[in-house]
Write a protein that binds this ligand. Structure first.
Ligand code: SF4
Ligand code: SF4
Length: 290
């Protein structure tokens, strides 16, 4: 089972939910931090890293001695990562998605691949839990290939928890797609609601069963809860504002370590998710909840 934890905006408590959920489970857990631009789950899970792998993508290198400047490579590139101007071919590796299209269409075989480093994948153990995260190279704009490299470790044998990047753009889609369930973590404020609506639109498009966790549920207004009721979106857990939680967070301590009663609450959350994963089959053909 693969459960991704996402949020329309940063700072809602997504990593808090993902890490505490993972720590509360009785079964074997694989934790993937796919928030590769700013991975921080390791601060709470404190893995002992045992392996680091550099991840690169193939970008084109043009042999100008055989190039005829026909322009075919530039025409096929959707990202303007290779451009032919008069008697010159310019490449922009930072825009290249590594699709290989340009070398396929080159009639002269003038394009070869060279690897561009995107970041690293680090693997380790946090107690019994297998922990893997990606770290995007500073200045690198494209995170999806690195997220894919992290997700390659999903093996179907362990319950997998994915900490997705915040937002609703390509990196989040890459992180959550294929999940059996997505938890959307939000807060009860107008900003939280605005971003939740966007995240719900994204998850519904991907047809992933989902539910909401409201963090700091006792502050703000009723907008999020009213929206969830209106849209038949299950609110699976509410976490109230507690000074102890905030203090623990600032020290990198998981909630369940300082408030063990939360372990039971996260186990209940998991049990509710398990039930929700079965529901879409029953609701097939309706758009009521998913
Ligand atoms: S397709 Fe090949 S031959 Fe044509 S401009 Fe590009 S690199 Fe040169
Ligand atoms: S590999 Fe793909 S994205 Fe990169 S330059 Fe070639 S066509 Fe463009």
């Amino acid at each position: 089972m693969v459960i991704s934890v996402a949020s329309g905006k940063g700072g809602t408590g997504k990593t808090t939910v993902a890490t505490n959920l993972a720590l509360s489970l009785k079964e074997d857990v694989l934790f993937l931090d796919c928030d590769v631009e700013e991975p921080n789950a390791h601060i709470f899970l404190k893995p002992d890293f045992q392996e680091t792998r550099i991840i690169g993508i193939p970008v084109p290198e043009v042999d100008k001695s055989i190039c005829t400047y026909c322009g075919k490579c530039g025409q096929i590139c959707q990202y303007s990562a290779i451009v032919v101007i008069k008697k010159n071919v310019l490449t922009f590796p930072e825009l290249c998605h590594g699709c290989g299209g340009c070398s396929l269409v080159c009639p002269e075989d003038a394009i070869s691949d060279k690897d561009r480093e995107m970041g690293v994948v680090e693997k380790g153990l946090a107690g019994e839990m297998e922990f893997i995260h990606g770290r995007l190279r500073i200045g690198e704009a494209m995170s999806p290939p690195l997220i894919r490299a992290v997700k390659k470790h999903i093996n179907g044998e362990k319950t997998t928890i994915i900490d997705a990047p915040p937002g609703t753009s390509c990196p989040v889609i890459e992180a959550v797609k294929g999940s059996d369930f997505t938890l959307l973590v939000t807060e009860p404020t107008p900003f939280g609601l605005n971003d939740l609506v966007l995240a719900v639109g994204m998850i519904r498009t991907l047809k992933i069963p989902f539910g909401v966790v409201i963090n700091r549920s006792d502050v703000g207004d009723k907008g999020v809860i009213e929206y969830c009721n209106q849209e038949n979106i299950p609110v699976l857990m509410e976490i109230k504002t507690e000074r102890t939680i905030a203090e623990a967070y600032s020290k990198g301590i998981p909630i369940i370590e300082i408030m063990p009663e939360y372990k039971q609450r996260f186990q209940s959350l998991f049990a509710r998710i398990e039930r929700k994963i079965v529901q879409p089959l029953r609701h097939q053909g309706t758009t009521k909840e998913y």
